[in-house]
Design a protein around this ligand. Structure first.
Ligand SMILES: [Mg+2]
Length: 313
């Protein structure tokens, strides 16, 4: 039983949704309609030893990241974050408090109001954040991609995974990459612009491009071809990956936790998005009527996959 199968089974047991539910489970957020207003809702949890080690990340980092990753799911719908509920626990109350300080710092950074939550004692530092975001335009779903759409990613890939490698190697540098891992920067402005400009489909890159693009393709009933040579991998990411004996493009495609956006859209929409965005927008491939394929130097690259949430830690 892997995570996706578990989600499938849970989804299969849900009752019919009430009429306010416009998009049920299965996307980055659920979408609710109240009167004329469209809201998105999501939740995501971080657990010590599963998602981070206490020796790498301060409790403040963990609280901050728990909010940031939820904001990223809101951004992936084209919405803006508005309200947060945070629940957390740790062996010591002091640690829980420090984690919640990180939650508050991130709420301020991303413009979300902390409504409340719960605290408890726990065997390991654990924080669960629920978020509400508001839509100004129709939500961008995972299921809207058409064959022939361009696939573009925001920002850069692999930096967070390279930062994680550094942390796993007990290093404190490169600092930029470690910061990318501990304090991701969700792409709210860009996600909102993608919704306004009429992107076909969108997802945030949490599990890694190789895994996340499959969700878009499955739900849109399309294939894709992604050229690993086009992935935006920064010089320091490339350098660190090579020094750690890792292939930079493979790391960028599978490492996960980039919290960038993958956008499927017609060429003119991608161009308009790139023109108005301060964050780089890089075309990495195209959707097709075939299967999900990755190529490099014109040759197929097989067996690329991302993070398995239920794999042995
Ligand atoms: Mg997501």
């Amino acid at each position: 039983l892997n995570e996706f199968e578990a989600i499938r089974r849970i989804s299969g047991r849900l009752p019919d949704p009430p009429p306010e539910v416009i998009v049920p489970i299965g996307d980055d957020c659920a979408v609710l309609r109240f009167g004329d207003a469209l809201w998105v809702v999501a939740a995501d949890m971080l657990i010590e030893e599963r998602h981070f080690r206490g020796s790498w990340a301060t409790p403040e980092d963990v609280g901050y990241k728990a909010v940031a990753v939820n904001v990223s799911d809101v951004a992936a719908m084209g919405a803006v974050p508005r309200f947060v509920l945070a629940s957390g626990g740790a062996p010591e109350a002091e640690t829980t408090l420090r984690c919640m300080e990180g939650v508050l710092e991130a709420c301020e950074e991303f413009g979300a109001y902390p409504l409340g939550g719960d605290t408890t004692g726990a065997a390991a530092l654990t924080v669960d954040v629920a978020i509400l975001g508001q839509l100004a335009h129709a939500p961008v779903l995972r299921s809207g991609a058409d064959p022939g759409d361009l696939l573009a990613v925001t920002g850069e890939l692999g930096a967070s995974a390279a930062g994680l490698l550094a942390l796993e190697n007990g290093e404190t540098a490169p600092e930029r990459l470690i910061k990318k891992h501990l304090r991701p920067e969700p792409r709210v402005t860009l996600g909102r612009a993608a919704a306004r400009l009429g992107a076909s489909a969108m997802i945030d890159l949490s599990d890694g491009l190789a895994s996340d693009v499959r969700h878009v393709c499955e739900m849109s009933d399309v294939g894709c071809c992604i050229d690993l040579g086009l992935l935006p991998v920064a010089g320091d990411t490339r350098e660190y990956a090579l020094s750690a004996g890792r292939d930079p493009e493979i790391l960028a495609a599978t490492g996960g936790e980039d919290y960038e956006l993958l956008v499927a859209a017609p060429e003119e929409v991608v161009e308009a998005l790139a023109a108005e965005s301060e964050v780089p927008v890089t075309v990495v491939g195209q959707t097709t009527r075939g299967r999900v394929e990755f190529v490099r130097d014109g040759k197929p690259v097989e067996n690329l996959s991302g993070w398995d949430h239920f794999a042995d830690a």
